[in-house]
Design a protein around this ligand. Structure first.
Ligand SMILES: [Zn+2]
Length: 278
């Protein structure tokens, strides 16, 4: 039986509303530690495929460092943080997610780029430009802990999901992803700050930054790095920011607010460090 037009519109808008509601309920996931519910519309498998492609592309286009001492330091700190991240996921009841990570840490020779990032699946890059600020392994652990924190909390998926909802509105997500792979790829590159879009990154929100800091402190502490060192690291970055804000700062909020946050979360992370120091 045909539904008369006015009713049909009502029927469809209700249908759309319930579909969106259903998507929201199904697609909501919980951020470890903070237990915040976040919207993740992009299937993890889709995200991992894009991540691998983009990572390969970035590595191909970049000049990888041949300074073995520095490369080894990046890998050493990276894998210690990765191990801590897996222990962290297991404790948060998310052991099933560990299989989504295949860690990789590379050092890109580029002294002008003060930056580092971790893509979904644990594909990470550190630029040599950030090393004068990290100074040592502990400083690097602050940066990698923070970036791995964004990855564990799946902030990229959340930002892509928000952008997809804004751009594609009512279009079914599966249709959007399969019919507009180019746009989805571009969105990925913008959100994760890789490829040609470096310099035009979407800044992370305060909420995401605060979560990444909080998770990062715990990760570095579990990896036996003193989380208190996060404060002098951000102070060094802040000093540099007065002259010319490095990429890492322009995509991240003001160090002063961050330092206040870090002080708040230190008591949560410190016991892990003290345990490893014994
Ligand atoms: Zn961040």
């Amino acid at each position: 039986m045909a539904i008369p037009r006015p009713h049909r519109n009502l029927f469809y808008s209700r249908y759309l509303f319930f579909m969106l509601l259903l998507i929201y309920v199904v697609a909501c996931a919980e951020v470890p530690i903070t237990h915040r519910k976040s919207l993740r519309l992009v299937p993890e498998s889709e995200l991992l495929t894009m991540s691998l492609q983009q990572y390969d592309e970035v590595l191909k286009k970049s000049n990888l460092s041949t300074d073995q001492q520095k490369v080894q330091m990046v890998r050493k700190v990276g894998f210690k943080i990765a191990k801590a991240a897996e222990a962290f996921l297991a404790e948060a009841g998310q052991s099933a997610n560990i299989k989504n990570y295949s860690w990789d840490f590379n050092l890109i020779e580029d002294d002008k780029t003060v930056n580092a990032w971790v893509m979904p699946g644990g594909k990470a890059a550190v630029y040599t430009g950030i090393l004068p600020y990290t100074q040592n392994e502990t400083g690097l652990a602050v940066v990698l802990g923070h970036e791995v924190g964004h990855a564990l909390a799946d902030h990229g998926n959340e930002r892509m999901s928000d952008a997809l909802v804004a751009q594609m509105g009512g279009m079914a997500l599966s249709v959007a992803l399969s019919s507009q792979p180019q746009q989805t790829q571009q969105l990925f590159a913008t959100v994760y700050g890789v490829g040609a879009n470096v310099g035009f990154l979407l800044p992370y929100s305060r909420l995401h930054e605060s979560e990444a800091d909080r998770i990062g402190l715990t990760l570095m502490a579990r990896a036996a790095y003193d989380p208190r060192e996060a404060i002098p690291f951000w102070q060094r970055m802040s000093k540099q920011g007065e002259k010319r804000p490095p990429q890492f700062l322009s995509t991240h909020p003001a160090p002063e607010t961050r330092i206040a946050d870090i002080k708040k979360y230190l008591p949560e992370a410190l016991p892990y460090f003290e345990k490893t120091a014994k």
